[in-house]
Design a binder for this molecule. Structure first.
Ligand code: NOJ
Length: 793
């Protein structure tokens, strides 16, 4: 199946609802015309489960009955259970709920607790408005899938959609009808710990994955009891935290916001995500949680988003340390005025909003609109009809087979084979059917908990199968020599020595090294060094020195810079954090039951000095060219070019890269038309039309020249020159995962239209311009020969 972003596709308009919204802001007709007319910056969102006149009617009726305090109550959210951030907020939830002072709770630890709170809300509060229960369900609820960075590495949105659906079924059975996912922050800096939670560095791939999550979570209908509301986050620029330090400031031009950072949000919202979370960071001088440009101008006016905006954890209160608010009242005023509907944990709305409205500092229409945004979601979920969760729905025993199998499939497709050179003439992987004795070494070889990765929802270590266990099941415990070798941060000489001895006595060594999931990856886990923590590199060097064939499995939430390993260790797999089926999935790939097929969604740097590093960069006026492949590149003939004097520009492994167990050949890329009309494509950007009609089709033949069946992710990139704004050296515009039997060839075609060729111009309008285009169909972002075409006026 071919995946296109569909980002700018128009469907049914929601303008009536939007008109109501604007009316409640006291905005007049001309503003509406500006937001929706032919000059609009981007097509307004056209598909939302919230744009339903029946819902609007019920919201109207309820609003009429609500007091100011009850309205404010709907905008307060608290964490009840293990906290996922600093400070707990308020605490006396039962009495607050009874007084109608709470709209949402999250982090609850059981369905029973949810039902108990819900009883108070619907039986004791005056208007019986149900609570909305949320949770960070990032890569599964109990069935823990690979971390999102790994899920994206499958380049398979159907895998992601099904994983999200399973997560929705399990979450909803636990009373959770709102998941704080997908995280769609584009991230170009692996020092940032939260790179693990997203789909990597590319806006196109990020958009495809964002849509897949939303489809899975929200299903065909939000009213379905197994559906949950998605919450796309963190709006916006959080992934561009300076120096990769979590919560740090971001500076991003409006052009780059539109080209790179907005698209996955737009994609998730146009797929119907009913909520969005504002981010912690300051963006261009203004904290994102008090940013009217992003939260109102873009989100409400340009995109016409009808849903709920929740702050991040205490990010309303954090406007005080940011320095743009002197106290909680000022913070509350700035956040709600900018467009944040619900205050997560900081208690600022609860404490101050009623007074702010009474004194006229916050307008009644803005308050009302925020409340409407919350109520719409509650109605759409059917919470008023059915506020409780049947406690028998939750699975307590073994996980259903189908879920476990999906976790295994997702993991298998997420591993990226980075290097597979030989023992002698033959690559080490796949292992022979009977590889002899296997030494299994490393802190991650038998650690179920860490297989789950950071943010593992309600994942249970007892559901996870480790590499050691799976290998024992495969070849028999007698053939496995296990030595932990090191802890994450420490190791004794004796431990390392034991591991070396295990290796010496084996025919092949599998090393499982990497990061400690939650401590070294995820939120508040930015790293200034991207090496293997503790003494693991020493362990690796000593084990490799035994001369035994070594397979290094890297478990991490980000690329790691390991120059020695990449030079000396013959076989290396990026295994990420694979989830509950880590062991079985790895074993199947190691033994070649299935070939590795994941591809990198982030450029893998040679050194941290290259960061931020991403493939879709601008060329500069003095490009270094790609000719100098020596390391370090000391003898380049060119001095005054954009390069390092002590390292190459290129990453160690480019975006889109991943090896397999076969060899593939790509033919020259072809296009069926060498001249296209910009006018025709611009029509499709503005009108309700298929954006394929005015484009070209690119195709290439891909042949499996080896003797193993493989899956290949075929990618298509474009570069535009002669445009009004500088465009990246390559931009992903499509991809397709295909299966190829040995010797088989397939012609892979990509229809390319306005979506592929449009750019944001100087006036921040999306359009196709007269330009020269190069098109590559290639196995990654660095290879292939382009074909040219021209776009004329
Ligand atoms: C902070 C994180 O940034 C956000 O992603 C998460 O959803 C909230 N905490 C709630 O746990």
């Amino acid at each position: 199946m071919l995946w296109d972003s569909g980002q700018r596709r128009c469907r049914l308009s929601i303008r009536v609802a939007f008109l109501l919204t604007l009316a409640s802001f006291g905005l007049s007709g001309p503003v509406f015309a500006q937001a929706s007319g032919s000059n609009s910056h981007a097509a307004a969102l056209t598909h939302s489960p919230l744009t339903d006149p029946a819902i609007e009617k019920r919201v109207d009726a309820l609003m009429k009955q609500m007091t100011l305090e009850e309205k404010v109550g709907q905008l307060a959210q608290y964490s009840s259970g293990a906290p996922t951030g600093p400070s707990a907020g308020n605490a006396d939830y039962p009495s607050m709920i009874g007084r109608g002072e709470v709209g949402s709770l999250f982090n609850l630890d059981s369905v029973r607790a949810a039902n108990q709170y819900q009883h108070i809300a619907v039986e004791k509060s005056r208007l019986h408005i149900p609570l909305l229960f949320g949770l960070d369900v990032i890569h599964g609820f109990r069935t823990t899938f690979p971390v999102p960075l790994a899920l994206a590495s499958t380049w398979d949105p159907s895998i992601v959609e099904k994983a999200a659906r399973i997560a929705a079924q399990e979450s909803s059975a636990a009373g959770v009808r709102w998941v704080f996912s997908p995280m769609v922050d584009v991230a170009r800096d692996p020092r940032w710990g939260r790179i693990v939670e997203g789909a990597g560095e590319d806006p196109y791939l990020g958009s495809v994955m964002a849509r897949a999550y939303v489809r899975g979570y929200q299903g065909k209908s939000l009213r379905n009891k197994e559906s949950v509301a998605a919450c796309v986050k963190h709006f916006v620029g959080y992934g561009a935290a300076e120096a990769g330090r979590d919560y740090n400031t971001a500076e991003i031009s409006e052009h780059t916001l539109r080209e790179v950072y907005f698209p996955p949000f737009y994609a998730a919202l146009s797929e119907g995500s009913v909520s969005l979370m504002s981010s912690f960071n300051t963006l261009n001088g203004l904290p994102a949680t008090a940013n009217p440009f992003t939260l109102t101008q873009i989100l409400r006016k340009e995109w016409e988003f009808p849903g709920l905006v929740v702050s991040d954890w205490t990010s309303v209160g954090e406007l005080v340390p940011h320095g743009i608010a002197l106290d909680g009242a000022m913070a509350a005023r700035k956040a709600i005025t900018a467009g944040v509907d619900m205050d997560m944990v900081s208690d600022s709305y609860h404490q101050h909003l009623a007074d702010l409205v009474k004194s006229g500092k916050v307008s009644q229409p803005r308050l009302d609109e925020a409340v409407r945004n919350v109520l719409r979601v509650k109605f759409a979920l059917g919470l008023f009809e059915d506020p409780f969760t049947d406690e028998s729905r939750e699975v307590h025993g073994a996980l259903p087979k189908e879920r476990v199998e999906h976790a295994r499939l997702a993991a298998e497709r997420s591993f990226v084979l980075l290097k597979n050179s030989g023992a002698g003439s033959r690559p080490i992987l796949p292992l022979a059917g009977d590889p002899g004795t296997i030494a299994v070494i490393g802190p991650l070889a038998d650690d179920a908990n860490n297989m789950l990765g950071p943010w593992s929802g309600r994942g249970r270590p007892e559901d996870a199968v480790t590499l050691k266990t799976a290998l024992e099941q495969r070849v028999g415990a007698g053939k496995i020599r296990y030595a932990k070798g090191a802890e994450f941060q420490t190791a004794s000489d004796a431990e390392i020595q034991k591991a070396v001895e295990a290796a010496q006595g084996a025919d092949v060594v599998v090393l499982a090294l990497g990061e400690e999931a939650a401590a070294q990856s995820g939120e508040a886990a930015s790293r200034a060094y991207l090496n293997l923590p503790g003494r693991q590199e020493e362990l690796l060097e000593k084990v490799t020195a035994t001369g035994k064939p070594v397979v290094l499995l890297l478990f991490s939430g980000r690329p790691l810079t390991l120059p020695w390993a990449f030079e000396h260790v013959p076989t290396i797999v990026a295994a990420w954090f694979p989830g509950i089926q880590a062991g079985p999935a790895l074993v199947r790939v190691l033994f070649g039951d299935v070939a590795p097929s994941g591809k990198l969604v982030v450029s893998w740097p040679r050194t941290i000095g290259q960061i931020p590093i991403y493939y879709n960069a601008l060329n500069t006026g003095r490009p270094a060219g790609d000719t100098d492949l020596t390391h370090p590149p000391t003898n380049s003939p060119e001095k005054f070019v954009s390069r390092y004097i002590d390292e190459q520009n290129s990453p160690l492994f480019p975006f889109g890269y991943g090896l397999s167990y076969s060899s593939l050949e790509y033919s020259q890329t072809r296009v069926d038309s060498s001249k296209l009309s910009a006018v025709g494509m611009n029509e499709t950007l503005r009108a309700v039309a298929s954006d394929k009609s005015a484009g070209a089709t690119a195709s290439a033949m891909v042949k499996n020249t080896g003797n193993r069946a493989v899956d290949e992710v075929v990618q298509v990139y474009v570069r535009l020159t002669g445009t009004s704004m500088e465009e990246p050296v390559r931009k992903l515009v499509g991809f397709k995962r295909i299966s190829l039997a040995p010797g088989e060839s397939q012609t892979v075609s990509f229809p390319l239209g306005a979506d592929a060729f449009s750019l944001w111009d100087m006036e921040n309008h999306l359009r196709v311009e007269a330009s020269h285009v190069q098109v590559w169909i290639s196995p990654d972002s660095s290879r292939g020969l382009p074909v040219a075409l021209e776009i004329v006026e």
